[in-house]
Design a protein around this ligand. Structure first.
Ligand code: BTN
Length: 329
């Protein structure tokens, strides 16, 4: 969102009419700039009425991602202290990786976008990321990171997301191993961690963890297939929550969990919030599907499963699909 658009929204927020000339005087730009920016805001989903005699009036304001509001609510030392916001981007993970590899994005760098045109999910899937509805958030981690740490980062991030949503939205989320956050039996968030391995030291040069949370009802409904498995917080609670506050709280919670990664503070909650432990599932692993029963989650956040032949395995990747009343969920 450009500065000019944010300022226009600020001025119109109380719903009163303001004339084009007052706006252009107070914001120090021409009336045609104002009119162009208002047209663009309307295209984005705001409803700003224009009347010949009275000027402009906001009828319907959207929850705008605003860097200052996020920073005002941050309590971190590192996470999101270097912060970039976009209206639209292909993928926040791609952008964070690019900047991390060039050395521009330091430890704790965060990029957030209002929408993504090429949002990426795990296992090569796309992550549908419509505008004015979700939080598409990636952070960079640098420092001593070995490859095993990557799965711990994902698990710690899952706990940080779950805590954030529970605290702000007064709900009780569940975590579906490895990295999905569920509300009322449907997915509201996915996490994708990527990294670059240094050839010499076999350590990660950096890790990028991308978090996509479905917060508000999108203007265009998800496809029927997606609607069956995914939802958003507004739909489940009937309430609209401010994405800026969620972004700030998420950063606070991420910092807490990451600062305590060595102590594995996240593990207890990661286990207690699991919606897989004790259930029959289908495990997709090494390109095949197998029936299994979930026994627990080990010290490395790996899923402990028992197959029908009695064999047990600790999984550090793959996917588990829940079997409920004979159906896959
Ligand atoms: C999954 O559910 O499979 C993981 C989804 C991860 C989506 C987030 S949105 C922010 C970041 N940018 C991306 O392209 N993907 C992640």
């Amino acid at each position: 969102m450009t500065d000019l658009k944010l300022k226009i929204i600020d001025k119109l927020e109380n719903g009163d009419y303001i004339s084009g000339s007052t706006l252009s005087e107070e914001l120090g730009c021409t009336r045609s700039y104002i009119s162009k920016a208002i047209g663009e805001l309307n295209d984005m989903g705001f409803e700003i009425e224009s009347s010949k005699g009275s000027g402009y009036r906001m009828i319907h304001a959207e929850d705008v991602l605003d860097k200052n509001k996020i920073i005002e609510n941050l309590h971190t030392k590192k996470i999101a202290r270097q912060l970039e916001l976009f209206d639209s981007i292909d993928s926040t993970n791609n952008y964070a990786k690019e900047l991390a590899s060039k050395g521009v994005a330091g430890d704790g760098f965060v990029v957030i976008s209002d929408c993504q045109t090429g949002g990426k999910g795990r296992l090569g899937r796309t992550f549908v990321s419509p505008r004015l509805s979700g939080l598409y958030y990636s952070f960079v981690l640098k420092g001593k990171l070995n490859i095993e740490t990557c799965s711990l980062i994902t698990a710690a991030a899952a706990v940080a997301v779950a805590d954030t949503i529970d605290e702000i939205c007064n709900v009780e989320t569940k975590i579906k191993w490895v990295n999905d956050i569920y509300l009322n039996g449907k997915k509201i968030c996915g996490i994708l961690t990527e990294g670059q391995v240094g050839i010499e030291n076999k350590q990660l040069d950096y890790a990028v963890c991308g978090i996509g949370i479905n917060i508000l009802e999108p203007r265009e409904k998800f496809s029927e297939n997606l609607e069956n498995i995914a939802t958003n917080i507004e739909k489940e609670t009937g309430k609209r929550f401010e994405r800026n506050l969620i972004a700030a709280k998420l950063s606070d919670n991420l910092e807490y969990q990451l600062d305590n990664l060595d102590k594995k503070l996240f593990l207890e909650k990661y286990r207690s919030k699991s919606n897989l432990i004790g259930r029959d599932v289908i495990i997709h692993y090494n390109n095949s599907d197998r029936d299994a029963h979930v026994l627990g989650i080990d010290e490395n956040a790996e899923l402990i499963v028992e197959f029908s032949n009695g064999e047990t395995l600790h999984l550090n990747s793959g996917e588990a699909r829940i079997i409920k009343n004979g159906l896959l969920v």
